[in-house]
Design a protein around this ligand. Sequence first.
Ligand SMILES: [Zn+2]
Length: 430
Amino acid sequence: MAVAAAGVAVVSLGVPVLTATARAQEASGAFDWFSKATAAGNSAGASAAQDKEATPEFVSQATAVDVIGDQDETLFQLTLTRGVTAEVYTLANPYRVIIDLPDVGFALSPEAGRDARGLVSSFRYGQFDKGKARIVLDTTGPVAIARARMENVRSGSGVVLTVALKPTEAIAFGEGTGGGRQPRAASNESTPTRPTRDASARPIVVIDAGHGGIDPGAVGAANLLEKNLVLSVAKKVQEQLETSGRFEVVMTRSGDVFVSLNDRLAVSKKAQADLFISIHADSIEETYAQSIKGATIYTLSERASDAEARAIAEKENASDLIAGLDAGDGEDNTDVKNILIDLMKRETANFSAEFSRTLVRSLKTNIRLSRDPQRSAAFKVLRQTHAPSVLVELGYVSNPEESRQMQSASWQVKVADSIVAAIESFFAKR
Ligand SMILES: [Zn+2]
């Protein structure tokens, strides 16, 4: 293949280690970065760089980022306080470049990654898994990694990771992608376990704060990130439930970390949840941003209750893609159909609907609801048969007024009060 195909490049300060895929392409003459990278950094320089600013809890800190170039060649450059080993590869559907890093902290502008430049339409970064950080570049089409290297900053301290991207053909792209070797964000280590149930045990409520880490969720006015907002509300719910002493609470995440949708389902299953509540806050296209507001509660259905519900489910289901995971399994409607049949048998669907109604009544007294607050769609995170589950969209971060309101502690406490009241009422009847 004459075209330089994308590969999997493992790059660190000094000599980069090539993986099998990349090595194959190097043999074909496609890679020219090997020799250049060898001449780049050296370990003496690296230790000089290390002593300066690295924040203790991270192995290195990203302090600056830049995307330069054009449609012919685009350079992604990340300045780090010290050298690390980076793994760079490409994925299709949609076209992305993934840069996997060890536990790197990001001290970058919140605006970083929003603007398109050359072959990069946008990028995001954040924690991906325990001790792992990730950068995902969305590209305008199939790209090849032309060069990847890490070298010492010429003046001052730190190192720069440079990834050079060139456009490629879709066919060539397919050959060198990292799709087949995609690691899962396996977070089983942190999955909480619980002792075997006995009849008198307290109900187990799983609180699922949406998004996290590399997946910011919806981005609202004044840089309000859905992941932070929903975690803040989730923690308030947790605190109140735990204080009551009547419930056992399991959180799918309690920090700014990415948790895949499958792992969220696994947490619920492993905890033997009696109720699962996923908390989100959505955004909507500019044209509706002013007029659309209010909370909505969703339950699982094969067919969405309306077009907007379908759009929101699609957006929320894309969380794994945003974090650079493959869309993976269970995406078609047959799965939802089977799960729904199972839900009927177990009456779980009825309980989900009942909790949804209870939550609508409870939220109505404290916050504004959308014009049709009880809806349904094929949300992946609700595909669980063992527990009644709902997904709450607290409001629209894209609505400037609502966005302001949602950030206030008093609003968040009111929402938490309502959710807790609904949980208490739901279990009082069971
Ligand atoms: Zn969300």
